[in-house]
Design a protein around this ligand. Structure first.
Ligand code: HEM
Length: 214
């Protein structure tokens, strides 16, 4: 049983566009804060951190869509593409702040960071892995790639794992915020291998679930 009222069909499209706009608001707000001296004593680091956190939040939201449908019965599949793309935009912004404002586009400094800090290498691997997902996040690619599309998009799982590991290594000590974010990634990734048995168990009592899980 779903407690959240379902949205009228004609509002599906506008609600997806609203999600893009709302999703980009934190970046715009932090940019404004940074430009007006509202990000504290180290605005570049703070901006970089906030964009990283939001990248992870959108990755978490993307991963949460399927379990939400399976467990709670809320079908927000139509928002998954927007959430995934928002995660990608935030990773790109996070990376750009590191590259331009933090490292000042200095090749030796960039190379030094990549070599010395494993979490930077992990971050870059995650960013590169997200590129084919972002590029193929359109109906044309889904039609063109067929079943290979789903296979390719399973890359989201190692990316989320890498993003969480990157976070863990970057913060060094696990306080409340990293604990919650990394914990959510862990729970959502742990659900994947449990999904089939869970749906089979649910199917036992409700044949409609069997169709939804296919
Ligand atoms: C999926 C990809 C990525 C995710 C989800 C992600 C997420 C995060 C998060 C959550 C943080 C910690 C923020 C905090 O301290 O509160 C962080 C820190 C950081 N990330 Fe990323 N990141 C990603 C990719 C990258 C890439 C590609 C780079 C640059 C090459 C990068 C560079 C950094 C740096 C420099 C820090 C700050 C470390 C410090 O000095 O404290 N990240 N990232």
């Amino acid at each position: 049983m779903t407690v959240i009222p379902s949205l009228s069909r004609r509002l599906h499209g506008p609600s997806i566009w609203a999600l893009y706009v709302i999703g980009l608001c934190p970046a715009a707000w932090y940019f404004y804060q940074g430009a007006t001296g509202g990000l504290g004593v180290n605005p570049v680091k703070t901006f970089e951190h906030l964009l990283g956190i939001w990248a992870l939040r959108f990755l978490i939201a993307t991963l949460a869509i399927t379990p939400l449908r399976d467990i709670v019965g809320v079908n927000w599949l139509r928002y998954r593409r927007a959430l995934g793309l928002l995660a990608f935009y935030y990773v790109v912004m996070h990376f750009s702040v590191w590259l331009i404002l933090d490292r000042g586009l200095e090749v030796s400094s960039i190379a030094g960071d990549i070599v010395k800090r494993p979490y930077i290498t992990i971050g870059i691997v995650c960013l590169v892995s997200l590129v084919p997902l972002a590029v193929t996040s359109n109906n044309w690619s889904i039609r063109r790639l067929g079943p290979r599309w789903s296979k390719l998009h399973q890359l989201i799982y190692p990316v989320a794992l890498g993003g969480a590991l990157h976070y863990l290594l970057a913060v060094k000590s696990v306080t409340f915020q990293p604990f919650v974010h990394i914990g959510l990634v862990a729970v959502l990734l742990a659900y994947r291998p449990l999904r089939k048995p869970f749906l089979a168990w649910k199917r036992g009592g409700n044949p409609r679930v069997a169709r939804a899980g296919r």
